[in-house]
Design a protein around this ligand. Structure first.
Ligand code: SF4
Length: 214
C-alpha cells in the first residue's frame, strides 16, 4: 500500500522518494499549508473588496481574481467551495492518503497544490496523486470516478482532469517506481527538477544554475 504523497514524489523523481522514505520526511512545511488553505477560502478571496496584500498569492490580485473568475465557470465551483468532505482519508486497493476535498455530485476528488500550474492540466506529481485519490474513492464507494480536480490556489487556478489513459499511465509508472525502490535510484543529473529539490546537496547533482557558472 502506497501513500498518495509517495506516489507524487515517485512521479517527480524516484531518488527523491528514496530520500524521503529513508529519512521518514513527510512533514508539510508551514508555507505550503498556508498556500493550501487558500483553496478553502475562495468565496472570501474572490470578493473584490477583500484585501489580498498579505495573502500568499503569486500573481497580482487582479490576475489572481481573473483566474478565480475562470475557475468559477466550472460546474463543480460550488462543490469546490463547499466540499462534502475535506482532508478525507481514502483507502484504495493500492494506495491510501488524504484527498484535500471530496465532492459528492458528481463524485470526485480534489488535490490542492502549493505550487504553480503548468500551461495546461497538472504536473506529473499532482496527476499521479489525483489519479490515486480518484481510484481510492472509486474503490471505497464502488462507483466509477471519472475525473479529479487539481487546484493551484496560490494562483487561483483549478484544473479538471479526466482520468485518461495517459494520466492513468503516469499513476501506474509512479506505483512501479515506488515498488522498485530498494536502494538509491539514479540521479536526474542536469534536470530542471533538481534546482528546487531539497535533497540536491546530499544528492550531489550539479544544478543548472551551477552548471552555467562552471
Ligand atoms: S536533486 Fe534531482 S536527482 Fe537528486 S533527488 Fe532531487 S530531483 Fe532527484
Amino acid at each position: 500500500m502506497h501513500a498518495f504523497t509517495d506516489l507524487a514524489t515517485a512521479a517527480y523523481c524516484p531518488r527523491k522518494l528514496y530520500y524521503r522514505l529513508r529519512d521518514d520526511d513527510r512533514a508539510t512545511p508551514a508555507a505550503v499549508r498556508r498556500r493550501r488553505e487558500l483553496a478553502f477560502r475562495y468565496p472570501e478571496l474572490v470578493d473584490p473588496d477583500a484585501d489580498l496584500s498579505e495573502e500568499p498569492i503569486e500573481p497580482t490580485p487582479t490576475a489572481f481574481r481573473a483566474n478565480l473568475g475562470c475557475a468559477r465557470e466550472l460546474d463543480a465551483w460550488d462543490a469546490l467551495c463547499v466540499p462534502a468532505r475535506t482532508n478525507a482519508f481514502l483507502e484504495g486497493r493500492e494506495a491510501h492518503g488524504l484527498a484535500h476535498k471530496v465532492l459528492a455530485d458528481p463524485l470526485s476528488v480534489s488535490i490542492v497544490s502549493a505550487g504553480s500550474p503548468p500551461e495546461q492540466g497538472a504536473w506529473r506529481p499532482q496527476t499521479a496523486r489525483a489519479v490515486a485519490a480518484a481510484k481510492a474513492l472509486s474503490w471505497e464507494e464502488g462507483r466509477e470516478v471519472g475525473h479529479a480536480y487539481v487546484e493551484y490556489p496560490a494562483h487561483g487556478v483549478v484544473r479538471k482532469l479526466g482520468l485518461s489513459t495517459r494520466r492513468k499511465a503516469i499513476y501506474r509508472e509512479a506505483v512501479a517506481r515506488a515498488e522498485s525502490i530498494d536502494g538509491p535510484p539514479p540521479r536526474l543529473d542536469g534536470d530542471a527538477k533538481c534546482d528546487p529539490c531539497e535533497y540536491r546537496e546530499q544528492c550531489g547533482v550539479k544544478t543548472r544554475s551551477l552548471r552555467s557558472l562552471l
